[in-house]
Write a protein that binds this ligand. Structure first.
Ligand code: HXC
Length: 261
C-alpha cells in the first residue's frame, strides 16, 4: 500500500492501460494507480503475472482488466487496446513499462539480442502509443514512459538497454511536441537503482550494494514507492502543464557516474 501522500481519489474514474504492469516497478505503479481511484487494464506476455496482479487489486476493491499481448506485435497491441475500450469505454492514461533486460558485453551480444531489447522497449513503446492515439485524443489523455538513466553516461554490459531507453526518451520528447496540440501530455520517469526489482538483482550483485549506496548522494537505494509517487504526480492534474519531461528519480545517482555494472 502506497503511503497516503496524495488524495486517494486523485485518479478517480481514469482508465489506465499499462504494459508490463504485472510485476516490478510498473506493477507497483499499476497498484498505486488503482489505490488512487484508477481502473486498470494491464497487459503482459505472461498470463500468470496478469492474474496475480488482478487478484491483488481486486482484494482491495479495485478494478483490473487483463489482456495478454506482446508489445512487439502491433496487431496484438491493437487488440489489447480495442478490448480495453470495449470493457471500459475509454483510455485516459497509457503507461509503457514492458521491458527486457540482461547483462551482456557488447562483444558477446548477438544482433538478435540487441534487437530483441530494442524491439521490446523502443518499438513496443511506439506501438502502444500509436495504437492508443485515437483514444487518447478523445480523452485528452496522457502517456508515461518508464525509462532509465543507463544511457546518460555509459553503462557496461548494457549497450542494448541503453540504446533502447535512449530511443524511449526520444519518443517521449517527439510525441509531447506532436500530440500536445490534442491535449495529450507525454512524460517519462527514469528510475535509478530501485531496491527489490528484477533489474537491480541482475545489475547489482549483493556484495557491491554497500559500496554503491555510499556513492548515491541521498545514501539510500530507491524504493518502488518512490517511482509510484512520481508516477502519481505526473499523471495527475498537479502536473497539467508538464509535458515532454523524463523525470529522474534516482537520489542524484547518475550525476556522480556511479556505474552499476
Ligand atoms: C546474452 C541473451 C541473453 C543473455 C537472451 N539473449 N538472453 N544474450 N545474454 N543473458 C539473446 C538470445 O540469445 C537471443 O539472441 C535474443 O537475445 C532473444 O532471446 P529470446 O530468449 O529468444 O527472447 P525472448 O524470449 O523474447 O526474451 C526477451 C529477453 C528476456 C529480453 C531476452 O530476458 C525477457 O523477456 N526478460 C523478461 C523481462 C525483463 O527482463 N524485465 C526486466 C526489465 S528490467 P540469438 O542471437 O541467440 O537468437 C529493466 C530495467 C533497466 O528494463 C534499468 C535497470 C537499472
Amino acid at each position: 500500500m502506497t503511503e497516503t501522500i496524495f488524495s486517494k481519489d486523485i485518479l478517480k474514474d481514469k482508465v489506465a492501460f499499462i504494459t508490463g504492469g504485472g510485476t516490478g516497478i510498473t506493477g507497483g505503479v499499476a497498484r498505486a494507480f488503482a489505490e488512487h481511484g484508477a481502473n486498470l487494464a494491464i497487459t503482459s506476455r505472461k498470463e500468470e503475472n496478469l492474474s496475480a496482479m488482478k487478484k491483488a487489486v481486486e482484494a482491495f476493491g479495485g478494478e483490473c482488466f487483463t489482456v495478454s499481448a506482446d508489445v512487439r506485435d502491433y496487431a496484438a497491441v491493437e487488440n489489447a487496446i480495442a478490448k480495453t475500450v470495449e470493457h471500459y469505454g475509454k483510455i485516459d492514461i497509457v503507461v509503457n513499462g514492458a521491458a527486457g533486460n540482461f547483462l551482456c558485453s557488447a562483444d558477446q551480444l548477438s544482433a538478435n539480442g540487441f534487437g530483441t531489447v530494442v524491439d521490446i522497449d523502443t518499438k513496443g513503446t511506439f506501438n502502444v502509443c500509436r495504437a492508443a492515439f485515437e483514444e487518447l485524443k478523445k480523452s485528452k489523455g496522457q502517456i508515461l514512459n518508464i525509462s532509465a538513466t543507463l544511457h546518460y553516461l555509459a553503462t557496461p554490459m548494457q549497450i542494448h538497454v541503453s540504446a533502447a531507453k535512449a530511443g524511449v526518451d526520444a519518443i517521449t520528447r517527439n510525441l509531447s511536441v506532436e500530440w500536445g496540440r490534442y491535449g495529450i501530455r507525454v512524460n517519462g520517469i527514469a528510475p535509478g537503482p530501485i531496491e527489490d526489482t528484477e533489474g537491480m538483482k541482475r545489475l547489482l550483485p549483493e556484495q557491491f550494494k554497500e559500496m554503491i549506496v555510499k556513492k548515491i548522494p541521498l545514501r539510500r537505494f530507491g524504493r518502488i514507492a518512490d517511482i509510484e509517487n512520481a508516477a502519481l504526480f505526473l499523471t495527475s492534474d498537479a502536473a497539467s502543464y508538464v509535458n515532454g519531461v523524463t523525470l529522474v528519480v534516482d537520489g542524484g545517482q547518475w550525476l556522480l557516474g556511479t556505474s552499476l555494472a
